[in-house]
Structures are given as C-alpha cells and as structure tokens.
Design a protein around this ligand. Structure first.
Ligand SMILES: Nc1ncnc2c1ncn2[C@@H]1O[C@H](COP(=O)(O)OP(=O)(O)OP(=O)(O)O)[C@@H](O)[C@H]1O
Ligand SMILES: C[C@@](O)(CCOP(=O)(O)O)CC(=O)O
Length: 224
C-alpha cells in the first residue's frame, strides 16, 4: 500500500454494539500507551467526513459520542453501504492511509497525516487501534493486510448499561448488518466487558497492553 509509511507491529480491531464503549476503551488504551506508540483509526472517519461534506453537516458532532449523529445514522449506513458494495475495503483503506502518525483519530483539525508523511523518519507508531469494525469484511480486510499483526477485540455491555449511555433500540439500525455483522461466526481474540460490575478495565486490558509492549520491544530489536 503506497500511502502507508511503515507497517504497524500490532493491529487491534475493535468491534461492539452501539454505546458498548468502543471509543472509550480505545481512547483509554491510547492514554495508557501514549500516542507515540499507538494511533486510533476510525473506519467511520472518512465515511463521516465525506457524508458531512455532501450533506452540509457538523463533522465534529458526527464524530462525537452525543445524540447528533444518531439522527443521521440510518442514512449514513445506507450511504456507506453503497460504497462498500462496490468495494468492501473502501473505508478500511482510506482509514489506514497515512496511518503512521502519532495521533490519527479521524477528527477534523487533529489529523496530522500530511505533516507526518513529510517527516516519515520520525514515525515510531507500534500499534494501530481500529475502533469500529462492524462487518466481517472489515475484519477480513485487516486480517488479509496484516495477517501476523491483527487481533480482534470485542467490547461488550448489557442493553441496560448501553441504555444508560444513551442507546435505545432503533429498527433498521440495531437489527442491521452495521450492528449485527459480527454477532456470529467470529472467534474474537479478546473480549472486554465494559460494565461497572465487571473487573476494572485496567485489569481486563492488562494482557492487551502487554501485547503492545511485546510488539514494541520486537519492533525496536528489528530496527536496531
Ligand atoms: N467504562 C465507562 N465509564 C464511563 N463512561 C463510559 C464507559 N464506557 C463508555 N462510556 C461512555 O458511554 C458513552 C458511549 O461510549 P462510546 O462512545 O465509547 O461507545 P461506542 O461503542 O463507541 O458507541 P458508538 O458506536 O455509538 O460510537 C460515551 O459518552 C462514553 O464516554
Ligand atoms: C455509518 C457508520 O459508520 C456510523 C458509525 O458511527 P459510530 O462509530 O457509531 O460513531 C456505521 C456503519 O458504517 O455502518
């Protein structure tokens, strides 16, 4: 892939239902590891960017956790699916493009790909956290591109907890592929239970953080 500056040592592909806490968990991992070690890729980043532009919407709000994006979700899903039908890897490829900079959260204003692409020698990112896989084709794309490095992580929360975070069942969304595409047939490498009465996230994430540390040490051995 010509736009990728270097290969990550580890690619963690996260999935989970709406309001399970995918963003929360990936941001927590990034805080623990530091942005020079891992970056967050949002497959919905390029989708929302393009959709916001075409429809004159507020991209920051579409990217955020609030209720704004929910008004547009069903239509964004259909819009994205028409692209995916022609090319299932379309958004995976766009999100991965130039993904070697310290921070790439897909938010307008904070994306520094251009700067980093010009200074590729400074790049030291070890892990990529893909925060929002939704379809088997998303997971398969990363597994095909990074067969040795990819591991899948499922974030799970009960409907009660998700409701407390603002979720309510929406027909056409919660029963569609966008939410159910990874419900069956995938054996996740890791499952994180994001609930108040589960073991703390720090405890559950310890082995995942350890993987990244191992990847970092392998990467520095390979570079020296
Ligand atoms: N462990 C937690 N402790 C406190 N707040 C949390 C926790 N997990 C998630 N939240 C909050 O719940 C809300 C939903 O979480 P988040 O946006 O991470 O979910 P998501 O799975 O990315 O949802 P979506 O698919 O809608 O983008 C956010 O406001 C987030 O801050
Ligand atoms: C349109 C879509 O990308 C919205 C994702 O938004 P979020 O990750 O839930 O903030 C979902 C999809 O691609 O099916």
């Amino acid at each position: 892939m010509e736009d990728r500056v270097s290969e990550p040592s580890l690619v963690l592909v996260f999935s989970g239902k709406r309001k399970s806490g995918k963003d929360y968990v990936t941001e927590l991992i990034q805080q623990r590891l530091g942005p020079d070690v891992c970056c967050i890729l949002r497959l919905s980043g390029p989708l929302k960017e393009q959709y916001a532009q075409e429809h004159g919407l507020d991209l920051d709000q579409l990217m955020g956790p609030g209720p704004y994006k929910e008004q547009y979700r069903a239509d964004m899903i259909h819009w994205g699916e028409s692209r995916r039908r022609q090319d299932p890897g379309f958004f995976c490829r766009l999100a991965s493009r130039g993904a070697c900079q310290p921070v790439w959260v897909g938010e307008r204003g904070s994306c520094c790909c251009d700067v980093i692409l010009q200074t590729a020698e400074l790049c030291s990112v070890i892990g990529q956290l893909v925060s929002d896989a939704r379809r088997l084709s998303d997971l398969q794309w990363f597994q095909a591109e990074f067969p040795q490095q990819t591991q899948s992580v499922r974030v799970q929360s009960s409907e009660k907890t998700r409701s407390q975070r603002g979720w309510s069942f929406t027909a056409g969304v919660d029963d569609a592929e966008s939410e159910c595409g990874l419900d069956n047939g995938v054996e996740f490498d890791w499952i994180v239970i994001n609930e108040a009465d589960a073991p703390s996230l720090d405890e559950q994430l310890r082995p995942i953080l350890q993987l990244t540390e191992e990847a970092a040490s392998t990467s520095s051995v390979n570079q020296s």
